[in-house]
Design a protein around this ligand. Structure first.
Ligand code: HEM
Length: 474
């Protein structure tokens, strides 16, 4: 059995998270005109915060799955450390490109960004950001391939995807975490390859600025990569809950044909819902818009239905003790559902006409990350470190969730009234009443953010109270 120490992950990921929250606080305080940040620096901070939060979540999810998969399959653990090493290189590269070079096109960019406008950020910062993302992308691709290889080696292709429930052959039923992981890792591999092709195109353009790229193609590639990565990160969190929750409820959470069907359907849905990002591109063929809306609606059904019904049967009359880990898992799943349904609302074409690029967009993805996926990750780290500091962690959780809900509500209110996203200064909004409202909301949000920060510090201290739990081979 290969050894795997969770401790470096449990120290580094939360430390980066704290810095990223401080950057978020800076942005919101600037939007509320409580401090003054130069607009160029604001956009550099926004880029670092967005890329950092999405990247840290992906690395956290993959780490958690590696730890849990080791119970069942033989993974090459060197690749998990390689992931951490690559992540650190990327963090240093992105901090340099953004905070030193003021590279600030945003976490996703619309071509001809990040190459134009020329001179706003230096050419080296563009190259450094591209190379940094390539480094992390390669590590993410390798670990996903390793997960798939290891699961297929132990269970076979058909069994590890849960197909034996439909073909009637093969009675070897793998644990639920295996079926879920394979169904989310495969779209992850496909779309990481799209991301790799995109970054190579950027790299060529950076080396040879006269290269012309097709803006629509680039936009489609960005969203196929980015949308899928953040979606499967959330699903990784759900897989963690499937695997660990039964240890607290005392009831098994087994694979069955409904769950297998749901996650196999999710494989296709996650790939096809992406087109809801592209409604504004009228040159896009109409069937793609229809595909986007249809599959976004479908996304709200299979994985959520099997998870919610599974959750109810885990909890109902179980008499379980709600310690920090199951509590953070429960709240994390709730955050996923609320943020997910807010996303489905925005994926409706007529609604998207109003909400597109308003604060509704950050509202929904902050919900399923801040009080969704990340809560599950903190619960996992608490478990894997074997911490016993229950009271401190629960106090932290209460403060974190209270602060999170208050902070997020201001994004939702802003979005519902049409406040645009990615504005450094709301005084620039030409409609006076909207500009006025837009400036009040961040002032309220800023009162809540310290609760998230302090709450998280308490959770972090309690995570560090453990010394690391050995992986139990099943
Ligand atoms: C208390 C914690 C957080 C605070 C205070 C915060 C604050 C902010 C603010 C003010 C913005 C700019 C919104 C706009 O005007 O467009 C933003 C954008 C963003 N945040 Fe957060 N955030 C937090 C947590 C998170 C988490 C957990 C994630 C996880 C993925 C995240 C990911 C992003 C992304 C991807 C963007 C978009 C950047 C872009 O448009 O390029 N944030 N955040």
């Amino acid at each position: 059995m290969k050894r795997f120490s969770i401790t470096p992950f449990a120290v580094i990921l939360p430390l980066v998270f704290i810095v990223l929250i401080l950057l978020g606080l800076t942005m919101r305080a600037n939007q509320g005109e409580l401090i003054q940040v130069d607009p160029q620096l604001f956009y550099a901070i926004m880029t670092l915060h967005g890329l950092g939060m999405a990247g840290t979540a992906a690395v956290g999810g993959l780490t958690a799955l590696a730890y849990l998969l080791l119970r069942y399959v033989n993974l090459n653990t060197k690749l998990v450390y390689f992931l951490l090493f690559s992540y650190l290189i990327t963090v240093v590269g992105l901090i340099s490109a953004t905070l030193l070079g003021h590279f600030g096109p945003g976490w996703y960019v619309l071509y001809p960004l990040p190459f134009k406008p020329m001179g706003v950020w230096p050419n080296w910062s563009i190259g450094l950001a591209i190379v940094s993302l390539i480094v992390l992308g390669v590590a993410i691709l390798l670990i996903q391939l390793e997960f798939f290889r290891a699961c297929v080696a132990r269970y076979g292709l058909k069994n590890s995807l849960g197909w034996q429930f439909f073909t009637g052959s093969g009675e070897y039923v793998p644990p639920l975490v295996i079926i879920t992981v394979d169904a989310v890792v495969l779209p992850g591999v496909i779309t990481t390859l799209v991301g790799a092709a995109l970054l190579m195109l950027y790299f060529v353009k950076w080396l040879n600025p006269s290269t012309e790229l097709d803006p629509l193609l680039i936009k489609n590639m960005i969203f196929i990569w980015g949308h899928t990565l953040v979606n499967i990160t959330m699903y990784m969190g759900v897989a963690v809950v499937y695997e660990l929750f039964p240890e607290f409820s005392g009831r098994p959470w087994k694979s069955n044909k409904f769950v297998a069907l749901a996650w196999n359907a999710t494989f296709f849905i996650v790939l096809l819902a992406v087109f809801h990002h592209l409604y504004m591109d009228f040159v896009q063929p109409l069937p793609l818009h229809i595909t986007g809306q249809t599959f976004s609606y479908l996304a709200a059904v299979p994985s959520t239905v099997v998870t919610v019904t599974g959750f109810i049967s885990q909890v109902y009359k179980s008499g379980m003790r709600w310690s920090f880990v199951p509590l953070s898992f429960f709240l994390g799943i709730l955050g996923w559902l609320i943020g997910g349904y807010a996303a489905v609302i925005d994926s409706t074409i007529v609604v998207n006409n109003q909400f597109h690029n308003t604060l509704w967009v950050p509202a929904h993805f902050h919900t399923y990350f801040l009080i969704g996926f990340y809560l599950i990750l903190w619960g996992f780290l608490f478990y894997a470190m074997g911490s016993k500091r229950e009271s401190l962690a629960k106090l932290g959780l209460a403060s974190y969730v209270l602060g999170g809900v208050g902070f997020l509500s201001m994004f939702y209110v802003g979005g519902a009234f049409g406040v645009p996203r990615r504005y450094a200064e709301y005084s620039m909004i030409p409609v006076e009443s909207l500009s006025h409202l837009a400036q009040i909301l961040p002032k309220i949000a800023v009162v809540f953010i310290p609760y998230v920060l302090v709450g998280f510090l308490l959770i972090f201290i309690s995570i560090l109270g453990g010394s690391g739990r050995e992986v139990q081979r099943v």
